[in-house]
Design a protein around this ligand. Structure first.
Ligand code: SAH
Length: 219
């Protein structure tokens, strides 16, 4: 007998979700814990909401996509976020990645060029009582000079090369994770570390992201 079918479903869905993350290489316990605490279903609206717990990217408003959970996990893990870090995320989208980061660091600044996405994500962070995310509508390829420098920068849209303003807004000892490459082909996820003497680049894996577009969108 199963008296609590819905709760059982939820627990089982969560277990499958975490299992999928682990099997794709998300092994960091802090990252898995943070992802367990953020319900991806709240960040996917409409038609695709019932697929929120599957390991796939899904469409969101403004023709954008919420990344695949395992990619969110691998990027978060690659960023090596620390509890005292201030992080810049470029590409708020649904707000899911920012919410995961917020459980791991001191403060997250997240920027999107679509005002609508920034506004909807901000509303969701407020509803969920996540206090340490600052959401900004803006062109994130320029970074946020007023809030810089950052301990960590995560870019969730693909540029051909790491944008210069983002490199210069990274602290010495800081880490930036971003996809680079042409938007219609396979891109590479790379990790950039800022050293005293310059930058160290490391290629992590092939990925596919929407393009980083300069300037504000019209909506
Ligand atoms: N991190 C998101 C997924 C991002 S999809 C999530 O967790 O759901 C990529 C996002 O990057 C899109 O919302 C797109 O509008 C945004 N974007 C693209 N170019 C940008 C730019 N120059 N500045 C800010 N945001 C940008």
């Amino acid at each position: 007998m199963n008296d609590l079918p819905e709760e059982e479903d939820l627990a089982e869905r969560k277990m499958r979700f975490l299992f999928a993350l682990r099997s794709k290489g998300v092994t960091d316990a802090r990252v898995l814990g943070a992802m367990e605490r953020v319900d991806r279903g709240l960040f996917v609206k409409g038609l695709f909401a019932d697929r929120a717990y599957e390991d796939m990217p899904l469409p969101i408003a403004c023709g954008q996509t919420i990344s695949q959970p395992s990619v969110v996990g691998l990027m978060t893990q690659a960023l090596r976020p620390g509890p005292r870090d201030t992080v810049l995320e470029v590409g708020t989208g649904s707000g899911y990645q920012a919410a995961v980061l917020a459980g791991l660091v001191r403060r997250v600044y997240t920027v999107d060029r679509h005002r609508r996405l920034a506004r909807e994500a901000e509303d969701l962070f407020r509803t969920l009582h996540i206090p340490n995310i600052v959401t900004i509508a803006g062109d994130g390829s320029r970074g946020l000079p007023d809030q810089a420098p950052f301990d960590r920068i995560l870019v969730t849209a693909a540029a051909e090369d790491p944008p210069g303003p983002l490199l210069s807004q990274l602290k010495i000892g800081g880490i930036m994770v971003l996809p680079v490459g042409q938007s219609d082909t396979v891109q590479s996820l790379i990790r950039v570390r800022r050293l005293d003497t310059g930058f160290d680049y490391e290629e992590l894996r092939p990925v596919r992201f929407v393009p980083l577009v300069e300037g504000m969108a019209s909506d």
